[in-house]
Design a protein around this ligand. Structure first.
Ligand code: ATP
Ligand code: MG
Length: 246
C-alpha cells in the first residue's frame, strides 16, 4: 500500500441515465504498467479521462497518494503535471515547433527556467529519436513522429504516472512499431503507466497487469501471463478468443 500512487475507489460515472463506469476499484502502484483492454464502448477512455480530471465521476473517488484530487483549475494543472496523458490524436500545438511544444508546458505550469526547459526538451526528444526535428512544425511530421513528440512533451513534465489512450490507433500500421518501442523503453525505465490499447501483443509482453473492461465493469485484472492464457471470466475468454491463437 505504501507505494500506491493512484487509488480508484467505487468509481461510477453516468452520462445522463447511461452508466458507463460501474463501481470501479483499481489501485496503481509505483512502477506498474497497466494495460486496459476491452471492446469499444466498455468505458476505457472514460476511466482514463476521470483519472486525468477531464471528466468528473458521478460517485466514488480517485486518490493521488492518498489524497482526493481537488477540482480548482490550479490544482488540476499541478495534478496533470504529475499524471500526464498522451492522446490518440496527439493534441500537439500545431502553431508551435516541436521544441516549443515540449517547452511550453514546463515553462507555464512548472515555472522552470528557459535553459532547464530547453535541456529537458532536448533530453526527451533525443530519447524518442526526434531531436533532429526540433524546428519542424507538427504538420511536417508523420503520425508516428507526432506521437513520439507528444510522448516527449509529456515526459518533460517529469510525471509520476503517464496515461495513454490508444496512442497507436490513429497511426498507419507501419508507424505503430516505433511508438510501441518508445513505450516499451519507458516501461523498462520503471515509469508508472496506464495504457488503453487494442495492441494485445504489446499488452501481453509489456504490461505488469492487464485489466479487461466490459460494459463499464472491470471484469478481470491479472498478470498478463495468466489473463492471456487462462482468463477466468467467460466474458474475458470470449473477448480474448479472437487474439489467442487456437
Ligand atoms: N461525453 C459523453 N456523453 C455521453 N456519452 C458518452 C460520452 N463519452 C462517452 N460516452 C459513452 O460512454 C460509453 C463508454 O465510452 P468510452 O469512450 O469510455 O469507451 P471506450 O472503451 O473508450 O471505447 P473505444 O474502444 O471505442 O474507444 C460509450 O457508450 C459512449 O458512447
Ligand atoms: Mg476509447
Amino acid at each position: 500500500m505504501a507505494d500506491e500512487i493512484i487509488s480508484i475507489r467505487d468509481l461510477s460515472k453516468s452520462f445522463g441515465t447511461h452508466e458507463v463506469l460501474k463501481k470501479i476499484d483499481v489501485a496503481v502502484e509505483a512502477g506498474e504498467v497497466i494495460c486496459v483492454v476491452g471492446s469499444s464502448g466498455s468505458g476505457k477512455s472514460t476511466l482514463l479521462r476521470c483519472i486525468n480530471r477531464l471528466e468528473h465521476q458521478t460517485s466514488g473517488e480517485i486518490l493521488f497518494h492518498g489524497q482526493p484530487v481537488k477540482n480548482a483549475q490550479k490544482d488540476v494543472n499541478e495534478y496533470r503535471a504529475r499524471v500526464g496523458m498522451v492522446f490518440q490524436s496527439f493534441n500537439l500545438f500545431n502553431n508551435m515547433t516541436v521544441l516549443k511544444n515540449c517547452m511550453a508546458g514546463t515553462r507555464k505550469v512548472l515555472h522552470i527556467s528557459k535553459e532547464e526547459a530547453f535541456d529537458r526538451a532536448i533530453t526527451h526528444l533525443k530519447a524518442v529519436g526526434m531531436a533532429p526535428f526540433i524546428n519542424a512544425m507538427p504538420s511536417q511530421l508523420s503520425g508516428g513522429q507526432k506521437q513520439r513528440v507528444a510522448i516527449a512533451r509529456a515526459l518533460c513534465m517529469n510525471p509520476e504516472v503517464l496515461l495513454f489512450d490508444e496512442p497507436t490507433s490513429a497511426l498507419d500500421p507501419e508507424m505503430v512499431g516505433e511508438v510501441l518501442a518508445v513505450m516499451k523503453e519507458l516501461a523498462r525505465t520503471g515509469l508508472t503507466m496506464i495504457i488503453v490499447t487494442h495492441e494485445m501483443g504489446f499488452a501481453r509482453d509489456v504490461s505488469t497487469r492487464t485489466i479487461f473492461m466490459d460494459k463499464g465493469y472491470v471484469v478481470e485484472s491479472d498478470a498478463p501471463e495468466r489473463l492471456f492464457t487462462n482468463p477466468q471470466n467467460p466474458r474475458t475468454q470470449q473477448f480474448l478468443s479472437r487474439f489467442i491463437a487456437g
